[in-house]
Write a protein that binds this ligand. Structure first.
Ligand SMILES: Nc1ncnc2c1ncn2[C@@H]1O[C@H](COP(=O)(O)OP(=O)(O)OP(=O)(O)O)[C@@H](O)[C@H]1O
Ligand SMILES: [Mg+2]
Length: 278
């Protein structure tokens, strides 16, 4: 299927990486529902499924990819042909299966993807990279390729130490100082804010001047797994559920974030980060 792409947007997309230190904390759930909320509001949105694990966006929505990035590199199809269309017209670039690591591509392959992705992204308002957990090269790559980084953790102590480890490597190795935080799976009022403050204290003590913007918390909500079982998006199936309301508040805050422009244009697969991660 070849989708008809929207006209080129003048400002270019806002590009967010959605990452976490620990796995299974809700990245894919949040990425898919945020993307849906913006798409529903008439924005042109793409989720780049950068997770090589199992619980992928296409699976979440019951979609079956016909091609993947490996096919693009083999020139069997163009990047826009591997896109899937989700609810409200949101676009999904399926997981990069067939590709062990984005960082182990040849220069020619990177350039090919860069050109195709730049063309595609020019027509979009928002791009969300749904990454894997941890600090693998792929995760760092997506974070470097983004304008902004949204981190997710839960109140579990290990989730907190792992997200700190991710912030630390992005700051120490690449000088990234600006992050947004969502605390998922909260079980009582104020718990998200407490976790945020706890993380902020550790950052201030050990890393110094990093900006961590609190975007809010999402409660533990059984509707989340029920939507997964139904292969529908939470916001679509249960718009009034507590987790849906929390996600809508995050969407409202995200719309207000003053996004920093890329230095020197879209960096995805860009010349700049090729050097950093190659
Ligand atoms: N607020 C919530 N309340 C209840 N269940 C949730 C909530 N958020 C996520 N879940 C459930 O937790 C599981 C993991 O969520 P999800 O797949 O979004 O995490 P992830 O961070 O993308 O995982 P991975 O690291 O494997 O990519 C899913 O089964 C999801 O339905
Ligand atoms: Mg995931």
């Amino acid at each position: 299927m070849s989708l008809k792409l929207p006209p080129i947007s003048e400002k270019g997309p806002r590009v967010f990486a959605i990452s976490s230190g620990k796995g299974g904390v809700g990245k894919t759930t949040l990425a898919a529902n945020l993307a849906y909320a913006f798409a529903e509001a008439g924005k042109r949105v793409l989720i780049f499924d950068g997770d090589l694990g199992l619980a992928n966006v296409d699976v979440l929505l019951g979609l079956t990819p016909r091609f993947h990035i490996g096919d693009v590199l083999a020139r069997r199809c163009r990047l826009e042909e591997i896109l899937l269309e989700g609810p409200a017209g949101l676009l999904i670039l399926p997981a990069s299966s067939g590709l062990a690591s984005l960082t182990h591509l040849s220069e020619a392959q990177k350039l090919q993807l860069l050109e195709e992705f730049e063309e595609l992204a020019a027509g979009l308002d928002w791009v969300f990279f749904d990454t894997s957990a941890g600090i693998s090269e792929n995760v760092l790559y997506f974070n470097l390729a983004s304008q902004e980084r949204l981190l997710i953790c839960t109140p579990e102590p290990t989730a907190l130490t792992d997200v700190y480890a991710l912030i630390k490597v992005l700051y120490r190795r690449y000088g990234i100082k600006r992050f947004h935080l969502v605390v998922n799976w909260v079980r009582r009022a104020n718990q998200a804010l407490e976790i945020y403050r706890q993380l902020l204290r550790v950052i201030e003590r050990f890393l110094g001047s990093i900006s961590l913007n609190f975007l809010g918390g999402i409660p533990f909500d059984r509707h989340v797994s029920e939507a997964v079982k139904a292969q529908r998006l939470l916001l679509d199936l249960y718009p009034e559920a507590p987790a849906s309301k929390a996600i809508r508040r995050i969407v409202a805050d995200l719309s207000e974030v003053n996004i920093r422009p890329f230095e020197g244009g879209l960096q995805f697969f860009g010349r700049k980060i090729m050097g950093v991660c190659a």
